[in-house]
Design a protein around this ligand. Structure first.
Ligand code: AHM
Ligand code: MG
Length: 341
């Protein structure tokens, strides 16, 4: 399958103009029992995306590039826009009654928005507000990644109610601030894509039921770390280069995964000597991307036999190795990992 074959077809229906807001309401109307809380959360994410997009596009003009001088819980330099994007998400989600807890890459502890254990407060939202933010200084792509879980009301500690495997996510998505602002969403019924029309300030649906091509001769990995990858990854890269594969790496997971969703290939962040468990965070980077990729017909593993969505988290900021993308490409990486022991 070529990349072009994955673009939306020009069927009569595709001429309808459907905004993200209308799409959310359409989905809600299929569930007569729905209270609307979930739709309100998605609309908070949509407005956050527009606000963050506006800040990203004006970053140099507003002089908000660069580090704030502090580090986040991961010990990484916080960029000014990391902090701004985090604030925007906390404030938009803070106004939604259905959200009990939010957790962010930028906050060490989850933020409890509503203490009472009402059945209405049933969702937890986890996010990376501005993924790949070091790309900002060079006008490269960055993104927001989010994951929505139902609150586990059997747990007394709020933090514990977040520690659910990714297979329990009720929705996941990302926003890519690239040459366009793109919102990609799954609520477990396939993957839909929306593009922000800057003239109208609305996300317009441009594709429904995205499918990742089963194969594409393209890999995406930080090859600068190659010598410290486990042997199986090194063998896979040697094999792929013999086969004439292309290498593409944006350095922001959202940009790299977006390309793979549309064109196929494999994205990897293996264990390295600097990051022996991998660099990417399970709960707000790997899990939402794994749900999107699986919903689009691809695969997402953290090692042989270990589906990312089945990993039982023990910490909200824990890291996992990530291999995701086209079914055939992920299988090839896993074969090399298995045969190298
Ligand atoms: P961040 O959340 O601190 O921005 O880090 C995550 C990013 C991913 O978007 C990207 O895939 C990876 O870090 C790139 O890391 P590296 O520079 O080591 O290749
Ligand atoms: Mg990140």
């Amino acid at each position: 399958m070529t990349a072009a074959a994955n673009l939306p077809s020009l069927s009569p229906q595709s001429t309808d103009i459907v905004t993200l807001q209308a799409h959310i309401l359409q989905q809600q109307s299929r569930h007569p029992e729905a209270t609307g809380q979930f739709s309100w959360i998605l609309s908070a994410l949509a407005i956050s995306a527009k606000m963050i997009s506006a800040h990203v596009r004006r970053a140099r003009l507003d002089d908000v590039l660069g580090a704030v001088g502090s580090q986040n819980v991961q010990g990484e330099q916080q960029q000014k826009l990391d902090v701004i994007a985090n604030e925007i998400l906390l404030r938009t989600l803070g106004g939604r009654e259905g959200v009990a807890i939010v957790a962010s890459e930028e906050n060490e502890e989850p933020v409890i928005l509503r203490e009472d254990d009402s059945a209405e407060r049933k969702y937890c939202v986890m996010f990376d507000p501005l993924d790949g933010s070091s790309n900002l200084d060079i006008c490269g792509s960055v993104g927001t990644i989010f994951s929505i879980l139902r609150k586990d009301r059997r747990k007394t500690e709020p933090k514990d109610s977040l520690l659910q495997p990714g297979a329990q996510q009720v929705a996941a998505g990302y926003v890519l601030y690239g040459s366009s602002t793109v919102f990609v969403l799954t609520i477990g019924l396939g993957v839909d894509m929306f593009v922000l029309d800057p003239a109208y300030g609305a996300f317009i649906r441009v594709a429904q039921g995205l499918k990742i091509p089963a194969t594409n001769k393209c890999y995406s990995v930080n090859e600068g770390n190659r010598l410290s990858f486990p042997a199986g990854y090194q063998q896979y890269l040697a094999w792929a280069q013999e086969q004439g594969y292309s290498s593409r790496y944006v350095g922001a997971m959202v940009g790299d995964v977006h390309r793979i969703l549309l064109q196929g290939g494999v994205f990897m962040y293996p264990p390295t000597s600097k990051a022996p468990k991998g660099k990417l965070r399970l709960m707000y980077e790997a899990n939402p991307m794994a749900m999107l990729v699986e919903q689009a017909g691809g695969k997402a593993y953290s090692g042989p036999g270990q589906r990312i969505l089945d990993v039982q988290p023990t910490d909200i900021h824990q890291r996992v190795p990530v291999v995701l993308g086209s079914t055939e490409e992920v299988a090839r990486v896993m074969e090399k990992l298995e045969s190298s022991g």
